[in-house]
Design a binder for this molecule. Structure first.
Ligand code: ACO
Length: 434
């Protein structure tokens, strides 16, 4: 008997099937061969929310959730965060290797020279209500870019794909900053090509009447590191949305708008916003034990805790906790950090959280840093979407070039009404109804 197979005995028929095992997985279509008779549809696998289903082979990001390991293209996340810039990491995620010096300067040049948006984009953003959530503005505007670049539909041209990838990475900070400026009733700030990716974003967010905006170097570095930590996270909800939409051969702007919408939800990229609101609601250290008791009683969740994949400390959260204090030195201490640290201390000593392997995730500390820098709370999911654009695009392109991929189309187990007739409908008698 071959070693790498799984023997399945179908007790309905007594037949034994050999299903191949490859890369620790069985190909689900093999199950279709398991039938009670030739007319039978065959066996399916049932896996709501894809708990145990691999949807692709990917060479981009590796996570070992039990050990708390995160690697981009084989490089540990902490090494990348300490030694590389966000644009180097973006190049790595998209191309598989870190750029050489010349490649990096060409890449930086290309991104920097595509940061401007069409003037009509500003009018488009102007059309939103003054109190529109910036994430709603962001995802709609990112999607609207497809109408400015209709050639983007040509997704099987490597050159066209590359052009849209550059445009998207370059323009998402501009759109994000303009979403914020619109909600503040402030003028839109032109990109500054002298600044770094993170520095220019801070310029477009916060420049007022000064002739030249100079970012605080500690904040600029912190934001760059935050961007690296958020750049990709393999097959999460929003990356899967990007792949799913892209699998119908939609253009990358439309696919990315869908991915950003998936990120917006409070169980995904919206969690950092919810963490801040939760910390404010707790209000002081002495309310922490009562809050934990409520969470354990099922009255809400401890936002920023738990992860589908990490059953250990999220390596990004570890990094961010340390970074929070250096940002506070530059920008002033965020008093909510004490509540966060106390929440973590109590939760990690409590059997409810320990037995369920619930640890702080990336969103637990990122919001405190964003707030100390001066970002309003409703910009938090947008701040996540900027770097994640790179991951979405890398996942999208990998999906398009993968010969095993087709339009995503899950099966269902139908549990609804059996066929019946509309009341009063006269059924013509046929051989089938007789
Ligand atoms: N607070 C309290 N209890 C929790 C939490 C939490 N944050 N997360 C999970 N649990 C409990 C559940 O109630 C459940 O308990 P039970 O077994 O007694 O019913 C158990 O832990 C397992 O939880 P699930 O919801 O089944 O786990 P799942 O993998 O589906 O959810 C998720 C993962 C959505 C991240 C969840 O942990 C959560 O809601 N966390 C809070 C929101 C959050 O921080 N999201 C950001 C995730 S990171 C990111 O997207 C960038």
């Amino acid at each position: 008997m071959p070693k790498d197979t799984l023997s399945i005995t179908d007790n309905r028929t007594g037949k034994i099937y050999e299903v191949p095992i490859k890369d620790g997985a069985i190909p689900a279509p093999e199950l279709r061969k398991i039938k009670t008779d030739p007319e039978d549809f065959g066996l399916m696998s049932y896996d709501p929310a894809f708990f145990n289903t691999a949807n692709c082979r990917s060479a981009i990001t590796f996570i070992d959730g039990d050990k708390g390991i995160l690697e981009y293209r084989g490089y540990p996340i902490d090494q990348l965060a300490e030694h590389c810039s966000f644009l180097e990491v973006a190049y790595l995620l998209l191309n598989g290797e870190l750029p050489k010096a010349q490649e990096l300067s060409a890449w930086k040049h290309e991104i920097t020279t595509h940061t401007l948006v069409h003037e009509n984009i500003k009018q488009f953003i102007d059309g939103f209500q003054h109190d529109a959530h910036p994430m709603g503005i962001f995802l709609s505007t990112a999607g609207a870019l497809s109408t400015f670049y209709p050639e983007a539909k040509n997704i099987f041209s490597a050159e066209v794909r590359r052009q849209q990838i550059i445009r998207l990475i370059a323009k998402v900070p501009t759109i994000a900053a303009y979403a914020h400026r619109h909600s503040m009733g402030l003028h839109y700030v032109m990109p500054d090509n002298d600044l770094s990716y993170a520095g220019n974003f801070l310029n477009m967010m916060f420049k007022m009447t000064e002739l030249k905006y100079t970012p605080n170097p500690v904040v600029e570095k912190a934001l760059d590191v935050l961007f690296i930590l958020h750049a990709d996270h393999e097959q999460n909800c929003s990356a899967s949305a990007m792949r799913n939409i892209g699998s119908s051969h939609a253009d990358p702007y439309s696919s990315l708008a869908g991915a950003a919408a998936a990120l917006y939800g409070p169980l995904h990229g919206g969690a950092n916003e919810m963490v801040l609101r939760m910390l404010r609601q707790i209000g002081s250290m002495e309310n922490v034990p009562g809050f934990i008791t409520d969470v354990k009683a099922g009255k809400g969740r401890l936002m920023g805790f738990g992860h589908r994949v990490y059953k250990n400390y999220d390596p990004r959260a570890k990094f961010l906790k340390q970074m929070a204090y250096s940002v506070f030195e530059a920008c002033g201490r965020n008093p909510l950090i004490d509540i966060a640290v106390e929440l973590e201390r109590i939760a990690l000593a409590d059997d409810y959280f320990v037995s369920r392997k619930l640890y702080p995730n990336v969103d637990f500390y990122s919001g405190l840093i964003y707030q100390a820098i001066g970002f309003p709370v409703d910009m938090f999911p947008v701040l996540f979407a900027i770097p994640r654009t790179v991951g979405w695009l890398a996942q999208w392109e990998e999906m398009l070039l993968d010969p095993e991929q087709k339009i995503a189309r899950p099966r269902q187990i139908f549990v609804g009404q059996k066929r019946r007739n509309v009341p009063g409908f006269k059924v013509k008698e046929t051989s089938a109804t007789r």
